[in-house]
Design a protein around this ligand. Structure first.
Ligand SMILES: NC(=O)C1=CN([C@@H]2O[C@H](COP(=O)(O)OP(=O)(O)OC[C@H]3O[C@@H](n4cnc5c(N)ncnc54)[C@H](OP(=O)(O)O)[C@@H]3O)[C@@H](O)[C@H]2O)C=CC1
Ligand SMILES: O=C(O)/C=C\C(=O)CC(=O)O
Length: 355
């Protein structure tokens, strides 16, 4: 057996259809009495419903979350938390709302209860992201790991097909990178493979039939496993590239992950053949070299645009993106070489198949 280190995260996870109803007792379990509810502006109605469920334990609603957590947005939320004398945050929504909760916790150490409504998986990680100007800074800090996560698949029924598909592929990316992480271990790899299998079946099903309760639960289960993987082991080339494209060029997060994953998986297949063979097998293939093409085919089956160009990436930015991605690269099975990365970005920009 290869030597390894496995360290789980201390989050408490409640997973069931209708689990939102357990929120009051979960907030009480933390000893909290004044919860600040966080959401994006468009999820205000859901945040108000959460406040109703919480009753007297709701201190207020702050529905100003924005993707990539601009530092100005974080500062405003911190001021609201202080003004309301909040003793915990309830972040309801996708990674943007949860990311705002993390920004508050990073400064205040307030406990977070996360109620995810997408498959991004941020609720299961001690990773935060803050964006200032054109640069996104990410880091790991135990203070930002949500203490409790309430997964209620009924809250994902309203996800549009495009978000369902791309957010699901964001989760897929966490699981794929966990299999070849520098600190990969048998426990996380088992979860990663299970996640890829679950998402590979559930995502096409819920894109076809958004109200399929069983498949919505399986998709969210896959996302939980993927987020757990992301929280437990390091990220590699794929996440570095997506943070660069998201933070510097403000590309949409999940759609960028989906478009890039076939290419980054293929980039690493020869350097991490066992890991990419597990990806391929989980998607119905056999060999490591099939993983990238199978992910590319899954994107197509989910109706996800293949080309970075369609996401607003300027062609003249590809050189800068390659330079930034190669500066302080995350550990990766294959050396991150500037020309190879620029060629990868070129294929992704065009929407060509991985090669
Ligand atoms: N730190 C970490 O470990 C991780 C962080 N992230 C971060 O999270 C963000 C991306 O997360 P993601 O969830 O993709 O992005 P968002 O939170 O922006 O949600 C994605 C889309 O889903 C919509 N949506 C969310 N919930 C519902 C709902 N219940 N019904 C209908 N639509 C809904 C949002 O609409 P609307 O905007 O209108 O609410 C938005 O259009 C990025 O900032 C990324 O960096 C992602 C993964 C891991
Ligand atoms: O890229 C991901 O999906 C994972 C991590 C982040 O997004 C970091 C952040 O919170 O911005």
């Amino acid at each position: 057996m290869e030597p390894f280190v496995y360290q789980g995260t201390p989050s408490r996870v409640v997973f069931s259809w209708g689990a939102l109803a357990t929120l009051p007792e979960e907030v009480e379990r933390l000893g909290a009495r004044r919860a600040l509810i966080l959401a994006t502006p468009e999820q205000r109605a859901l945040a108000d419903e959460v406040a109703r469920v919480l009753g007297e334990r709701a201190a207020g609603v702050h529905a100003e979350a924005v993707m990539h957590v601009p530092v100005s947005v974080a500062r405003a939320a911190l001021d609201t938390a202080a003004a309301l004398d909040a003793d915990c945050c309830v972040a309801v929504g996708g990674g943007s709302a949860i990311g705002l909760g993390k920004a508050i916790a990073l400064e205040s150490s307030l406990p977070i209860v996360a109620v995810p409504t997408t498959y991004a998986g941020s609720e299961m990680t001690p990773i935060y992201g803050l964006t200032e100007g054109r640069l996104k800074r990410t880091g790991r800090d135990p203070r930002v790991l949500p203490r409790t996560v309430i997964y209620d698949p009924s809250l994902t029924l309203s996800l549009p097909a495009e978000v369902t598909a791309t957010s699901g592929m964001n989760a897929m990316a966490h699981a794929v990178e966990a299999l070849y992480a520098e600190d990969a271990n048998p426990t996380v790899s088992l979860m990663a493979e299970k996640s890829i299998r679950a998402l590979g079946v559930a995502l096409p099903a819920v894109v076809r039939a958004p109200d399929d309760a069983a498949m919505r639960s399986r998709a969210l289960y896959g996302a939980w496993l993927a987020g757990t993987c992301l929280g437990a082991v390091g990220m590699a080339l794929h996440h570095k590239l997506c943070h660069t494209l998201g933070g510097t060029f403000n590309l949409p997060h999940a759609r960028t992950h989906a478009a890039m994953l076939p290419h980054t998986a293929h980039y690493n297949h020869a350097a991490a053949p066992a890991a990419l063979a597990r990806v391929a097998r989980a998607l119905g293939g056999r060999e490591a070299a099939e993983a990238g093409p199978l992910l590319f085919a899954l994107n197509r089956a989910l109706g996800i645009p293949a080309a970075l160009a369609a996401l607003g990436m300027p062609e003249q930015g590809l050189d800068e993106a390659a330079d930034l991605a190669c500066r302080n690269p995350y550990a990766n099975p294959r050396p991150v070489e500037r020309e190879a990365i620029r060629a990868l970005l070129g294929r992704a920009w065009q929407g060509a198949a991985p090669a």
